[in-house]
Design a protein around this ligand. Sequence first.
Ligand code: LLP
Length: 446
Amino acid sequence: MNERETLKINAKGHLEIGGADCVELAQDFGTPLYVFDEAYIRKMMRIYKDTLATHYEGKGLVLYASKAFSCQAIYRIADEENIGIDVVSGGELYTALQAGFPAEKIYMHGNNKLPYEIGEALDAKIGCIVADAYSELDKIDAEAQKRGIIQKVLLRINPGIEAHTHAFVQTATTDSKFGFSIADGTAENATKYAMQKKNLHLAGYHCHIGSQIFEKQSFVLAVEKCMTFAAKMRDALHFKLETLNLGGGFGIWYTDEDRKIPAEGYAEYLEALLAAVKEKAVEYKLDLPFLLIEPGRSIVGEAGVTLYTVGAIKEIPSVKKYVAIDGGMFDNPRYALYQSKYTPILANRANEEPTEIVSIAGKCCESGDIIAVNVSLPQAREGDILAVLSTGAYNYSMAMNYNRNKIPPCILVNDGKAEYIVRPQTYEDINRNDVIPTRLLKKENQ
Ligand code: LLP
């Protein structure tokens, strides 16, 4: 089990997160329920921020990669912690602006930003757009010209690194849809192209090699490739690297197959990256660039648990025992997408020893609707509260209404007290945009 201070077992034998009893949370708010520990989120934001301050002369900014978990409250926390954010869609941008997040600390990503998203970003006067295609450079330049502004941009470059993670979350392999490749010369051509644009200011480069990565060496290699490339562009094109964005991707603990990195251990990852940037800057006689990092999963992932109520239990003799819960792929599609592994525990009997191997099944009409396969649990009974750990990242943000299930609410625990940060969806919410054409209306309603 995760031994972070965010999770504890209390005197009643109940699981606690951030000082709140999960069984009481389930009673008060219902299940399924996403629960987030505010202290853990703030702690992670501070660890990255302080490491930049002490090991890089504060010449940088932490951007919370908000695709991991986006809602207005998380943007308020990021703002209070004085960090920036990255957004990847008009929807995330809108949410951040609604929360009053300062536009100059917003960076926008995406491999195909839509024309209206570029317009919205420029209207909001966001700090920087990370361009990922020639046509995007054209569009940003044209929209900036219309507004009479010079827009700061970074180019997303692909250093060509195969990090050890699931293929779907690798982003810097040769065949990736992301970035301009250094190896095949496109990154150089794109640099030339962006430098010629009158209404763009090309401030530097961005790279992100993938997600849920534990190998320090993959990150360091990416830094080295970016710095080497920047030096080459200085020599070839007189390009000045002002800003370097190293993306996110640090791995977290889901099960005991993963490393358990204490919160402070993430400082060491970042220190290794900073050391590599400094070393290469000396080697190539480059000024130290303003440095950005974009952690998402490592900030919110282990800060979250999802609570469910156990329902039907089905044993297929000599094959498998299924424990079904009141949630499933509609609140956590990660097993269906990546065969992700999770650690479930019975929150109301958290002290009991596991006695059997079961699979946790969701309630969707889909065989692949599974949350965890072959995990050990004490014998589960209908009505038990099941907690699935490390669900703070890419769960709520990837939730959906499959089978017209309601997306569960999110609550934030602070010092043992819990409040909604995303209210429960209702059936009316799900039906809000449905329209019945007149000719299909029930006769008496026409
Ligand atoms: N920056 C960029 C440009 C990214 O594409 C990502 C993640 C991040 C930062 C943050 O990476 P993190 O620190 O969270 O690893 N849905 C998948 C993960 C997709 C990650 C997409 N990009 C999952 O559930 O595992």
